[in-house]
Design a protein around this ligand. Structure first.
Ligand code: PBG
Length: 319
């Protein structure tokens, strides 16, 4: 009787933040469950985005701030796959790497989080001058558009750092992803789920993206058990929209997607930084044609005024 050798063990790369680790250990546990004869090891790395915490994120033009070191690791084969919050993964990946798997998405919405002094308020009732913390241009522009009487202030750091600043009174409220709070076991801090009519979420928000080498069919096969087709189709459409519009710097772009009766509807918006202009439209079609839907919507909003907004932002930030 021949004894077959065990399959090669796979190394999973992760950032060191608590959220990244929760997500990576979840992926490790799921993969181990589905592939009981294979070993999965976790390798943690600091990324540039974890190190430069004192600079407003919006001012850092570089994409892939949270992914670069992990990508280098995959290319030099010190790791085999990397787990990302899909919204942090650039839409264009380095040569040789692909988005191998999109996991089932949890709630992609943003949340209003308040401190103990502001428990009675909702977004609609926060008083003139209330200080709202966010470092996302997307959240900033949409909230300025709907609530011009509020004051917005940058907030950096990981989720726990931001909550500590809120609770210390530096802000009346902050905006965070529902998904991140829930994954950290902080779902009770979600004070209000912000409706899509007020704030469209980030591309890929609430889903995990697993990146790997494109020439590694063994890893791609292993990842298939975690792929969630509807989440993948929605996120592919969202990513195509963003890829078509962005020029390598952070811009206020938000989306929403749904699949109903076999039809994917993608809604997207581009807003000016001052929140005075906001262009929003939708397209619908076959869920497997996400690339086309995303590009079509990008052309639609560009024609409707988003082109001008983006040109202004690119001119200001410098590409
Ligand atoms: N930019 C940081 C980041 N990346 C992913 C999440 C939350 C989880 C997710 O959206 O999947 C967060 C925190 C936040 O935006 O509140």
């Amino acid at each position: 009787m021949s004894v077959s050798s065990p399959p090669r063990s796979l190394r999973i790369g992760s950032r060191k933040s608590q959220l990244a680790l929760v997500q990576t250990y979840w992926v490790q546990a799921e993969l181990s469950k589905h592939h009981p004869h294979r070993q999965f090891e976790v390798e943690t790395m600091s990324t540039q985005g974890d190190k430069i915490l004192d600079v407003a994120l919006a001012k850092i033009g570089d994409k892939g701030l949270f992914t670069k070191e992990l990508e280098v690791g995959m290319l030099d084969r010190s790791i085999d796959l990397a787990v990302h919050s899909l919204k942090d993964l650039p839409t264009n990946l380095p040569e040789g790497l692909i988005l191998g798997c999109v996991t089932e998405r949890v709630n992609p919405a943003d949340a209003l989080v308040v401190n103990s002094q502001n428990q009675d308020y909702q977004l609609d009732t926060l008083p003139e001058g209330a200080v709202v913390g966010t470092s996302s241009l997307r959240r900033l522009a949409q909230l300025r558009y709907h609530y011009p009487h509020l004051t917005f202030k940058d907030v950096r750091g990981n989720v726990n750092t931001r909550l500590a600043k809120l609770d210390a009174g530096e802000y009346d409220a902050i905006i965070l992803a529902v998904a991140g709070l829930e994954r950290l076991g902080l779902g009770d801090r979600v004070h209000q789920v912000i409706p899509a009519a007020i704030s469209l979420h980030a591309v890929g928000q609430g889903a995990l993206g697993i990146e790997c080498r494109d020439a590694d069919p063994e890893v791609l096969e292993v990842l298939k058990v975690l792929e969630h087709a509807p989440s993948r189709d929605r996120c592919y459409a969202e990513r195509a929209f963003l890829r078509e519009l962005e020029g390598g710097c952070q811009v206020p772009i938000g989306v929403n997607t749904a699949i109903e009766d076999g039809i994917l509807t993608l809604t997207g918006m581009v807003a000016s930084l001052d929140g005075k202009r906001l262009i929003k439209d939708s397209v619908s079609g076959d869920p497997s044609h996400g690339e086309v839907l995303g590009r079509d919507l990008a052309h639609k909003v560009r024609e409707a005024g988003a082109g001008e907004i983006l040109a202004e932002i690119f001119a200001e930030v410098g590409r």
